[in-house]
Design a protein around this ligand. Structure first.
Ligand SMILES: [Zn+2]
Length: 187
C-alpha cells in the first residue's frame, strides 16, 4: 500500500513538472509581439529625459556616435549634413512640447518658439535657454552663414538667419534629424 501511494505521488509530481515545462501558446504570442515592437521602436536613450545642467559636455568618438545614431542622424549631427527640405519629421509639427538634441538629449527648443517658416525645416526664434546652443561662422557654401550646434555634444543642428519673426527676428533653421520631440501638453 505504501509503495502504491509513493508511486501515485511520483506520477502526480511528474505530471506537474510536465505541465510546468510545456510551452504556453499565449506567452509565446506575447513574447513575439514584444520582440516585434522592440524591432520597430526607435532607439532608447533614457538619459535624455534627465536635463543636464547648462555647461555640461559630452564627447564620443566617431565610432561611438555611429553606434548611438541612425545613419541620417550621424550625417547631420556629426558630418554637418543637411536633410532635404520637407523630408524631416517636425517642420509641420504643431504639438506642444520640447525638442531635444537627438545626439545627447539636451533640451534645445520648445514649441513656444517654433514658427512656420514654409522652408521645409523646423524653425524657431530662439533656443530654450541661453547656453543650450553655440554658433560659429560657416563659409562652406561660398556665403557666410552662422552655423548652430548643440552646446553639450557639439552636434550640428542647422543655421541661423536674421529673417525670423518677432520677438528676436532670428530664424533657427534646424534639421529635424538632429532633434527628438518630447510632447509636453502644458507648454
Ligand atoms: Zn547634443
Amino acid at each position: 500500500m505504501r509503495t502504491l501511494l509513493a508511486l501515485l505521488f511520483a506520477v502526480a509530481f511528474l505530471a506537474l513538472v510536465a505541465l510546468a515545462l510545456s510551452p504556453d501558446p499565449a506567452a509565446d504570442a506575447q513574447d513575439s509581439g514584444a520582440m516585434a515592437s522592440a524591432n520597430t521602436a526607435t532607439r532608447e536613450r533614457p538619459e535624455r529625459f534627465v536635463d543636464p545642467p547648462v555647461g555640461d559636455r559630452v564627447a564620443f568618438s566617431a565610432r561611438q556616435w555611429r553606434g548611438r545614431l541612425t545613419p541620417t542622424e550621424f550625417h547631420v549631427l556629426r558630418e554637418e549634413g543637411t536633410e532635404r527640405a520637407y523630408s524631416g519629421a517636425f517642420h509641420a509639427n504643431h504639438a506642444p512640447g520640447l525638442y531635444r538634441c537627438a545626439g545627447c538629449g539636451a533640451p534645445l527648443f520648445t514649441s513656444t518658439d517654433k514658427f512656420d517658416s514654409h522652408t521645409g525645416w523646423p524653425s524657431y526664434t530662439r533656443p530654450v535657454a541661453p547656453g543650450r546652443v553655440a554658433t560659429r561662422s560657416d563659409s562652406s557654401l561660398g556665403t557666410l552663414r552662422t552655423e548652430v550646434h548643440c552646446a553639450r555634444c557639439g552636434g550640428h543642428l542647422g543655421h541661423i538667419f536674421p529673417d525670423g519673426p518677432l520677438p528676436t527676428g532670428q530664424r533657427y533653421c534646424i534639421n529635424a534629424a538632429s532633434l527628438d520631440f518630447e510632447p509636453q501638453p502644458s507648454l
